[in-house]
Design a protein around this ligand. Structure first.
Ligand code: GLN
Length: 585
């Protein structure tokens, strides 16, 4: 293995229990180091055997986060992007399945000819090679690697062994381990208990790893005495025991860690000179707006089929937090089971009382589809702001076909292959696809926006790039019928072939998109569509009249739009993001 030079590694492991927030800790540390002027990358190593999470149910894994380069990855990458304001890529997520696949492929090619292929050294070397990969281009000062799972799991042992060996290869000051543990508060004894942390560190020591820094999650702040005790038993200095008690919002975690001097301890241990002081003014303002918005509250319903498991909608929920802050309102979320809308006698007006925006979520498979269509119908007819994402746009298309265009059994061929009106159909390139993993339309694609539409109003430009993850699309043979009935195709692929955004001309806010805008919303760059949707919901909640947007009557745009345009007046400047390279080149 080539020894990575001039780059420092931080490994984040977790102990005691899962769900302590290793992803948020990694993202927060990355954000703090970046705000001090360091170039930081974060990656996630997952111990499961799937090559990527793309084939897993959201119930198993939560949301699948898609990167610009079309990788289907772990949802923690979403936290990294939101906190760091940096795009991740395929290289940012490695699973044990991908490691084994690569080793086995090499074995079949004869690359280990004559040898017995083993976990040590071959699997470990493969992991170390991947770890060195990100360092090669010299773009980073610090690479943070979050290791999935909890210490004690059999399956993550090869990752820990690779980390142990790397520390030996690279030397003390080039690699450190931050171990995140849990310090429970026992009410009856009014005490914080350190024993689980001691046990977790013992288990880590068994793998040959002495943690350098302990971050202790707890309900109550850790006193100096407790820090001292933890440090004493775990062979760590008291100053390297960092308390992380529960915050009101995940976006406050970096501020707590800053106070606890985590970033300074990391810099010191890695021998990095102190860059500039972090500038967190905007971040703090954002937290303030999240916690104490001045514009009141709005309630948004998210209609989907994984509502018992909100991690399935992680990026959507976070994008709504960002949009709440940018609109200065608190966004209350009501998660609604799509199937409820299928029940006979379901009283939409009663059940959705107080809701001022309805978002229909992405998804796969036919469970709850008819319910989603009914929720969309209600939003359209009652004039409630509506936002459809991916499958949400496809359902909005079916609803409009059936109930406005009069195409009675219109459907997506995902749900009914024999529909007379297949308004959503398999994309041409998808028709021959047999394998399930990584074969969808994935990653960033450009989209041209039509002037005078709501999409143009919120984006303030003609060319955008958004991330996709789907197999089906709008069936172009139905475009004229839809346009005749008041549907506007406000965004298409540059060649005009693929419908990417639809709107209803005479509705206050009925916008649906084939892509996943939630994946690109960030703390300091709220996604324009989420900002627009929450803005519309807010206006609806207070009975404000929506200004006429001047959406054009259906007609082919006559002039070629320029590649970009000045932002529309009144569009906050943080909407104007830089173009990123797209998968189409
Ligand atoms: N199931 C739909 C498709 O494959 C939508 C996918 C999604 O919502 N991500 O096209």
């Amino acid at each position: 293995m080539a020894r990575p030079k001039n780059v420092k590694y931080v490994f984040v492991t977790g102990g005691v229990i899962s769900s302590l927030g290793k992803g948020i800790l990694s993202a927060s540390l990355g954000m703090l180091l970046k705000s001090r002027g360091l170039r930081v990358a974060i990656q996630k190593y997952d111990p499961y055997i799937n090559v990527d999470p793309g084939t897993m149910s959201p119930y198993q894994h939560g949301e699948v986060y898609v990167t610009d380069d079309g990788a289907e990855t772990d949802l923690d990458l979403g936290h990294y992007e939101r906190f760091l304001d940096e795009s991740t890529s395929q290289a940012s997520n490695l699973t044990m399945g991908r490691v084994y696949k690569s080793v086995i492929d090499k074995e079949r090619k004869g690359e280990y000819l004559g040898g017995t292929v083993q976990v040590v050294p071959h699997v470990i070397d493969e992991i170390k090679d991947r770890l060195a990969e990100l360092a090669k281009n010299g773009n980073y000062d610090v690479i943070i690697t979050e290791i999935g799972g909890t210490i004690g799991d059999i399956e993550s042992l090869p990752f820990l062994e690779a980390m142990r060996q790397m520390k030996l290869d690279m030397g003390e000051r080039n690699l450190l381990n931050i171990h995140l543990t849990f310090v429970p508060y026992i009410k009856a004894a009014s005490e914080l208990k350190t024993k689980p942390t001691q046990h977790s560190v013992k288990m880590l020591l068994e793998t040959g790893i002495q943690p350098d820094i302990l971050v202790c999650r707890s309900e109550k702040p850790l006193s100096r005495d407790i820090k001292n005790k933890v440090g004493h038993f775990c062979n760590v200095n008291e100053v390297d025991v960092i308390g992380l008690n529960d915050c009101d919002t995940i976006y406050e975690v970096p501020l707590t860690l800053l106070q606890e001097k985590l970033d300074m301890r990391v810099l010191k241990k890695l021998g990095l000179k102190q860059f500039h002081e972090p500038d967190l003014v905007k971040w703090k303002e954002f937290c303030q707006r999240v916690k104490h918005p001045e514009g009141g509250e709005v309630t948004v319903a998210i209609c989907g089929k994984y509502t018992e498991y909100p991690d399935a909608y992680k990026s959507i929920l976070e994008a709504l937090v960002h949009a709440g802050a940018s609109n200065d309102v608190k966004v209350n979320i009501r998660l609604i089971r799509a199937e409820d809308g299928e029940e006979k006698g379901y009283d939409f007006a009663k059940e959705l009382a107080g809701v001022s925006g309805i978002l229909v979520a992405p998804g796969f498979g036919d469970r709850g589809i008819e319910g989603k269509i009914e929720f969309i119908r209600y939003a359209r007819e009652a004039g409630i702001p509506f936002f459809g994402i991916c499958l949400g746009m496809q359902c909005a298309t079916v609803e409009f076909a059936r109930n406005v265009c009069g195409l009675q059994d219109a459907n997506s061929t995902e749900f009914n292959k024999r529909s007379r009106y297949p308004v959503i159909d398999l994309m041409e390139q998808q028709k021959k696809v047999k394998e399930k993993g990584g074969t969808m339309r994935l990653g960033s694609y450009p989209c041209i926006i039509r002037e005078g539409t709501k999409a143009h109003q919120v984006y303030g430009k003609f060319l955008i790039n958004e991330r996709h993850r789907h197999r089906f699309e709008f069936n172009n043979s139905f475009r004229p019928a839809f346009e005749e009935h008041g549907m506007v195709f406000s965004g298409t692929s540059p060649n005009g072939e693929l419908v990417e955004i639809i709107e209803i001309r005479d509705h206050r806010w009925f916008v649906a998109v084939q892509f996943h805008p939630e994946l690109k919303s960030r703390v300091e760059k709220v996604h324009p569509l989420f900002h627009g949707f929450v803005g519309a919901a807010r206006a609806f909640a207070i009975g404000e009249h929506q200004p006429e947007l001047g959406v054009p009557a259906p007609a082919a745009p006559d002039a070629e739009p320029s590649a970009d345009s000045a932002p529309v007046a009144g569009t906050p400047s943080f909407f104007v993001e830089e173009e990123r390279p797209s998968a189409e080149g």
